[in-house]
Design a protein around this ligand. Structure first.
Ligand SMILES: Nc1ncnc2c1ncn2[C@@H]1O[C@H](COP(=O)(O)OP(=O)(O)O)[C@@H](O)[C@H]1O
Ligand SMILES: NC(=O)OP(=O)(O)O
Length: 314
């Protein structure tokens, strides 16, 4: 029987330019179509780290050059990235479905996600966005603009911005209805547009939500069977990038928690995925969280390859 699967596509795994992203999403479309063809209901989320950084940098360059009259806040940049990436995924999926004769509709829901204005994350930027730069370049930009940079998993330095926890998904009923109608839904792009409650409504705030945390919330609110986090690696590893590195296959939630406490997962990259997986399966026998690459996604469901996190019976 088919499962409801929330699939989270990594922003870094989508590449750094329009052409790279088009190539990556058409590859993603093949993997996603395989999952749809075997009878699963899919709700797709995606990251926007590289893209939201690119949009923010480009628009604020235009602002500083006097081309546009207003500085572009991160909420608006997140909304733009959700439309840009949603369009590419939607286009690639519809093309792949047509090629295979699959009669499925695809819809992107631009999604607002509620955060707490008192979240300590607003005072402690931690979410890497944009391009990777050298230490010299990071120091130069930091001095000129006051941005904060951190080293990101051995790949270079990246700007970090506040990343509050997602609390609620404003458009959850729209997402649920479209999915229940049999559509493939793309939602909560870039972790969703961060909003805070104001009176009886919502207002955008300057932050970028972690899409792994929002994907967990979405999977929880939809009562999905599987949370599948797709990134650039086939497996989560312990002793990552060290001579004694070991790739994790099927791993219990409690063992994974032990590895978290031992510090095996990098903050801002693998740690949020692992924490999302742990939270999704905790105390829920039968649920699974999968962390693997795009290319391996269909094998993960069919043959159990990749890192699969489960709750062990006591
Ligand atoms: N323990 C680990 N096991 C596997 N990958 C890790 C680990 N720690 C850090 N990483 C790095 O994290 C990356 C995934 O995080 P990131 O690129 O931020 O994700 P996303 O695909 O969501 O943009 C991997 O490609 C790898 O380089
Ligand atoms: N918003 C977000 O988490 O993006 P990445 O997956 O690209 O880091």
């Amino acid at each position: 029987m088919g499962k409801r699967i929330v699939v989270a596509l990594g922003g870094n795994a989508l590449g750094n330019s329009v052409s790279e992203q088009l190539a990556q999403v058409s590859e993603a479309a093949v993997s996603i179509a395989n999952l749809v063809e075997t009878g699963n209901d899919l709700v797709i989320t995606h990251g926007n780290g590289p893209q939201v950084g690119m949009i923010h940098k480009g628009l604020n360059h235009s602002y500083s050059e006097g081309v546009i009259g207003t500085e572009m806040p991160f909420a608006e940049c997140s909304a733009l990235s959700g439309g840009y990436i949603g369009y590419h995924i939607q286009n690639a999926l519809i093309n792949e479905f047509k090629r295979r004769g699959i009669e499925k509709q695809v819809a992107t829901v631009i999604t607002q996600v509620v955060v707490d204005p008192q979240d300590p994350a607003f005072l402690n930027p931690s979410k890497p966005i944009g391009e990777f730069v050298s230490l010299n370049e990071a120091e130069r930009i930091s001095e000129a603009k006051g941005y904060v940079f951190v080293e990101d998993s051995g790949r270079g330095y990246r700007r970090v911005v506040p990343s509050p926890l997602p609390i609620d998904i404003v458009e959850i009923e729209a997402i649920r209805k479209l999915s229940n109608e049999g559509m493939v839904v793309i939602a909560c792009g870039g972790g969703g547009i961060p909003v805070i409650t104001e009176g009886s409504g919502y207002k955008g705030v300057d932050a970028v939500i972690d899409k792994d945390a929002t994907s967990n919330l979405l999977a929880e609110m939809l009562d999905a069977n599987v949370l599948m986090v797709l990134t650039a690696v086939d497996n989560v590893a312990i002793n990552f990038n060290k001579p004694d590195m070991e790739k994790l296959q099927r791993v219990s939630r409690t063992d994974l928690e032990k590895y978290v406490n031992e510090g095996h997962f990098a903050k801002g990259s693998m740690l949020p995925k692992v924490l999302a997986a742990i939270s999704f399966v905790r105390n829920r026998l039968g649920r699974e969280a999968v962390i693997t690459s795009l290319e391996n996604s269909a094998h993960a469901i069919a043959e159990g390859n990749g890192t699969i996190v489960y709750e062990a019976a006591v």
